[in-house]
Design a protein around this ligand. Structure first.
Ligand SMILES: *[C@@H]1O[C@H](CO)[C@@H](O)[C@H](O)[C@H]1NC(C)=O
Ligand SMILES: *[C@@H]1O[C@H](CO)[C@@H](O)[C@H](O)[C@H]1NC(C)=O
Ligand SMILES: *[C@@H]1O[C@H](CO)[C@@H](O)[C@H](O)[C@H]1NC(C)=O
Ligand SMILES: *[C@@H]1O[C@H](CO)[C@@H](O)[C@H](O)[C@H]1NC(C)=O
Ligand SMILES: *[C@@H]1O[C@H](CO)[C@@H](O)[C@H](O)[C@H]1NC(C)=O
Ligand SMILES: *[C@@H]1O[C@H](CO)[C@@H](O)[C@H](O)[C@H]1NC(C)=O
Length: 485
């Protein structure tokens, strides 16, 4: 049952440093695994512990690194039956089909392939409306176990990607990021990704997969080439900062062309390309408390054993994570004890308290602060609905790709981009289970309202409002009017 196969021979990174580090990491990892295996074998009483199998098969075709993987988990049919893409008729999306899983070998460490392998394209291209998507353009080095983890899915433009390091330092699962990168922003984004992978914490390259999204009218060049061909210098100077690298490119393609930010396109792309059943669609500036994924998987185990009766099996449901913000200069809290202390001193507040208090106002939220499970586990605080009385509540939640996608006609610039999704979930009778010991904190720093910026957004706001009304009447037709929503 205990198998270990390690084939290093075709790991051929461009830089020696890379290969040495990788080898060391693998060896260290393997030693830890060996110890873990011995322990789990000896204490056979804990039947939940799975034997570890690490397969690093780089024999020309395949490179798979799976942690705590049981053979059965690799079975595509298991995962696929759970993860049928929604709205596949609307878009020619091949999200989460057999073609995407298990990830094609050469995708891993794709950019460090040697010349011979350069004919192999590991990413796939998709058209969504007027946008082109390059899925898994820069994939993570490691693959998640589809059934035993939660992928944080998020999106951004070149100015926000530095947050990814903070996310992966706190999120104990994989991250799927879709980056809007039209025209000249594209090479900048690829360089930033390389910078983050090479120069920042190794969790970026291990756990983060990147997807590119651009207007089909503004593609980077007539033929998409390998990521490395956009990188100015593969031997990145890691002493430069993120901002220095950005400034060197001096591009403002998006604002020069007044392009709206297609936030719901990128949100959906990040979601649909996650390789786990459970996903957490969040924003790139929201830092999670630590240990959410492991706590959540334990919660699911308890639920399977019938130990979480508050969740009704009858209704569809998702798991809500409350959001906070902290004063400038305050380190975002990592656990609830820290958060509670900051709340008491006024250094932390509910997210958007001064801008849109209703947007994060959930039932009994003041009691939530004080209820810290003594056993440090993750459980359910309350089960509720997003009814009409809370129709501006925009919760973020752990769910699956069975939940409705975001409407891709709504842009970020036009505002109200998420509300129709919550309305739809009310019409579908979704239960919202609020987690008791998990939260998000907005990256410290206060956003200033720029009147010029607001004026620029006006035409987009008008457009979103029109689209919004169409969506609402379509939804009412589909599900019937439910006054309580
Ligand atoms: C490694 O992958 C190759 C190609 O997929 C396969 O033929 C070979 O049996 C694998 N080796 C091991 C040890 O799993
Ligand atoms: C995987 O990569 C190989 C080349 O390494 C290619 O021949 C094959 O078609 C790819 N498979 C998929 C499903 O993309
Ligand atoms: C783009 O790729 C196609 C097929 O590989 C090739 O025939 C064509 O010449 C390329 N165009 C340019 C501008 O490189
Ligand atoms: C950036 O580009 C603009 C023109 O697009 C130019 O005026 C400006 O001087 C450039 N800045 C730097 C630092 O090169
Ligand atoms: C929360 O974090 C503090 C400070 O980092 C630590 O002392 C404490 O043990 C943590 N509490 C829990 C429940 O993990
Ligand atoms: C932790 O304690 C709560 C009650 O405070 C209980 O509902 C939950 O099941 C416990 N979790 C574990 C893992 O024991």
């Amino acid at each position: 049952m205990l198998q270990k196969r390690i084939h290093y021979h075709s790991l051929m990174p461009n830089t020696r440093l890379d290969s040495r580090l990788l080898l060391r990491a693998l060896i260290a990892f393997n030693i830890v695994l060996a110890v873990y295996n011995i322990i789990t074998l000896q204490s056979n009483t804990s039947s939940k512990a799975n034997p570890c199998l690490i397969v690093i098969n780089t024999s020309k075709q395949t490179t798979n690194v799976h942690n705590s993987l049981q053979k059965g988990d690799f079975d595509d049919n298991v995962a696929n039956s759970e993860m049928t893409p929604i709205d596949s008729k609307l878009y020619e999306t091949k999200a989460i089909t057999t073609e995407d899983k298990p990830i094609n070998s050469s995708k891993i460490n794709g950019e460090i392939l040697n010349e011979k392998n350069k004919e192999t394209i590991w990413w796939s291209t998709e058209t969504r409306g007027s946008y082109t998507v390059l899925k898994n353009f820069v994939p993570s080095d490691e693959s998640p176990d589809p059934m035993k983890s939660v992928t944080l899915t998020t999106q951004g433009t070149h100015s926000f990607l530095y947050h990814i390091e903070n996310l992966c330092l706190r999120w104990d699962g994989h991250i799927s990021v879709a980056v809007y990168s039209p025209g000249l922003d594209f090479p900048l984004v690829v360089n930033l990704i390389y910078y983050l992978r090479k120069c920042r914490n190794s969790c970026v390259r291990e756990k983060t997969s990147w997807h590119m999204v651009y207007d089909s009218l503004f593609s980077p060049q007539s033929n998409t080439s390998f990521p490395s061909s956009y990188v100015e210098d593969m031997d990145f100077d890691c002493s430069q900062s993120y901002d220095e690298l950005t400034n060197r490119f001096n591009t403002s393609f998006r604002s020069d062309h007044s392009l709206p930010y297609p936030i719901n396109v990128v949100r959906n792309v990040a979601r649909l390309n996650a390789r786990t059943k459970y996903i957490f669609a969040s924003d790139i500036e929201l830092y999670p408390s630590v240990g959410i994924v492991s706590g959540f998987m334990q919660l699911l185990d308890r639920k399977m054993s019938g130990l979480v009766p508050v969740i009704s099996g009858k209704n569809p449901h998702v798991y809500v994570i409350p959001i906070f913000e902290v004063k400038v200069g305050v380190t975002p809290p990592k656990n609830k004890t820290e958060l509670k202390a900051l709340m008491k001193t006024g250094n932390a507040i509910f997210f958007h308290k001064w801008v849109c208090d209703a947007c994060q106002n959930f039932p009994d939220r003041n009691l939530w602060i004080d209820s810290i499970p003594t056993n440090h586990s993750l459980g359910i605080f309350r089960v509720t609905r997003r009814l009409r009385t809370r129709n501006t509540w925009e919760p973020l939640y752990i769910g699956t790709n069975d939940e409705p996608l975001y409407d891709e006609r709504l842009s970020w610039d036009g505002k109200r981009d998420k509300m129709s999704q919550m309305y739809e979930m009310c019409l579908m009778s979704y239960d919202l289970a609020i987690l008791d010991n998990a939260f998000l904190v907005h990256a410290p720093g206060i956003k200033h309202i720029d009147p010029k910026e607001e004026k620029k957004r006006l035409p987009f706001i008008k457009r979103n409002n029109m689209v919004y009304n169409t969506i609402m009447s379509k939804l009412r037709k589909k599900y019937g009017t439910k006054n309580q929503c």
